[in-house]
Design a protein around this ligand. Sequence first.
Ligand SMILES: Cc1cc2nc3c(=O)[nH]c(=O)nc-3n(C[C@H](O)[C@H](O)[C@H](O)COP(=O)(O)O)c2cc1C
Length: 187
Amino acid sequence: MIQETLVTTINLQGDTHIAPMGVHVEQDQYIILPFRPSTTLDNLLVNKTAVINYCDDVRIFAGCLTGRRDWPLLPAQQVAGYYLADTLAHTELQLVRIEDDDTRPKLFCRAVHTVNHKPFQGFNRAQYSVLEAAILISRLDRLPGEKIQAELDYLRIGLDKTAGERERQAWDWLMAAIEQHRRGVQV
Ligand SMILES: Cc1cc2nc3c(=O)[nH]c(=O)nc-3n(C[C@H](O)[C@H](O)[C@H](O)COP(=O)(O)O)c2cc1C
């Protein structure tokens, strides 16, 4: 099963990097697959630790892809690193082994500590729409414009019916990024 999470890692200076990543979860094994080049990959190779954040504030997913990476953090308890202050739960990971690859290495990690902070609030279609739109944004250079527009038109249905303020704001950031891309501005 692949869980769409926010992965937090730190560099040698102790600065935290936040990145949305689909993490493959098999029992207590977590596999992170960053496409090269990746700050998450660099940080994991240096520090051998990461934190997985299970977060329903989709502004953080959309924010990381639109230049808004400054979100409140708290120190992890058993590894070097930080978790998102607003996350519902987090798992602290230790890197166990790497299957290297020129495009997308596999980083096999072991869970060392999990904390639940808040209850899961149920599924929400607008959150799904934002996640899918964020994935489209991360592939703007590789997908045809018509496919992106067709998918956004569909995703907007669930968004319009079920969004709260956070989801609407996240969607607006993503749409502004797409508009910039259309006008030739680097997102
Ligand atoms: C829901 C979601 C899942 C993603 N999953 C991955 C992933 O598994 N691997 C990856 O390299 N990028 C993934 N991305 C795109 C990255 O978040 C984005 O390109 C990011 O900047 C990764 O590079 P970084 O480690 O340098 O930050 C995902 C984006 C979203 C919105």
